[in-house]
Design a protein. Structure first.
Length: 315
């Protein structure tokens, strides 16, 4: 009994420590949002319906309260998103009364701008870049706010909070501005735009701790649930759709799983879990030895997969 009480007490102490850390991170993110509004003429918040972009929405609400968020949300829709995520996206936007811009990868395919992949590991994730760059040009956005974090993938550790892209949408990691003393320089040349990362200094655990602290609603897919799946290359794939390629010898079974990240279905695997509440998820993430991106097959195509995509204009 004493050991149980000690464990509960330790858990509560860790929770309060995490809350203190995210309070400081929240203040930094709110400052960044306000700098975006002050320095750019036409910003947009890139929104996928995932936990990081949902966190960005809450931070934006706090930054400009009691006014509405002063810029639109934009989703680059691969057409292969989890249904739970799309349903949540639409519900949240309606509750916010926010403007949502949707641009579809399928349109880029139909226009012959990109070629859809085929085969066992086919994915539309890389095709998003063309659709995103076209949307930036269409609306003349000069700042795109995204939810990248420094613990996700090593290429993202090279980013600045204000990360400049050239007039082709490309990223040169060797030509980024210093951000000493948190001074953010939003001056850009004609044709350039900036990707802004307000939660750049956050970790996955920070995001979940913030969701817990703020009692933010998130899609059910993040919590443990029964799902039809199949296993390939040691990863667990959803078998509840016609998107993910499945060979005849890959057998469908039912397991209790959840998703740590909710990107394109074709490259996002699940993890076995019984974490069905935010508190349990936070505890699971704290004890995890595997990174969140370990379930994203698109990052494993090569050692520099993410960096190459970012250089081409990926968010």
């Amino acid at each position: 009994m004493d050991n149980l009480l000690q464990e509960i007490e330790k858990s509560e102490v860790k929770k309060q420590e995490n809350f203190l850390e995210v309070n400081a991170l929240e203040s930094e993110a709110i400052y960044i949002f306000r700098e975006v509004a002050a320095q750019f003429e036409k910003p947009v918040l890139l929104f996928s319906g995932g936990k990081d972009s949902i966190t960005l929405v809450r931070l934006a609400q706090k930054a400009f309260w009691p006014a509405k968020i002063p810029f639109p949300l934009m989703h680059i829709d691969t057409g292969h998103n989890f249904p739970e995520t799309i349903a949540f996206r639409d519900k949240l936007v309606q509750e916010l009364g926010a403007e949502l811009i949707i641009r579809n990868v399928q349109d880029s395919i139909d226009q012959g701008k990109v070629i859809e992949e085929t085969g066992k590991y086919a994915s539309r994730n890389m095709l998003q870049t063309t659709t995103l760059l076209d949307a930036i040009e269409e609306f003349k956005f000069d700042a795109c706010i995204g939810g990248a974090r420094r613990d996700e993938e090593k290429a993202r550790a090279k980013e600045r909070i204000f990360s400049v892209r050239d007039d082709f949408g490309q990223w040169d990691e060797k030509n980024q501005r210093p951000e000493l003393f948190d001074l953010l320089n939003g001056k850009i040349e004609l044709g350039q735009n900036v990707r802004v990362f307000p939660i750049s200094n956050w970790t996955e655990l920070d995001v979940w701790s913030y969701i817990e602290k703020e009692e933010i609603e998130i899609p059910s897919i993040y919590f443990a649930h029964q799902r039809n799946i199949f296993v390939r290359d040691g990863l667990i794939w959803s078998a509840e759709d016609n998107v993910v390629f499945r060979a005849e010898d890959e057998q469908v079974e039912e397991r209790t799983v959840r998703f740590r990240t909710v990107g394109d279905m074709s490259c996002t695997a699940a993890v076995e879990s019984y974490a069905d509440t935010i508190t349990k998820v936070v505890s699971e993430i704290r004890d995890s030895k595997i990174s969140e991106r370990g379930a994203r097959i698109d990052d494993k195509r090569s050692e520099a997969a993410m960096e190459k995509r970012k250089q081409q204009g990926y968010f």
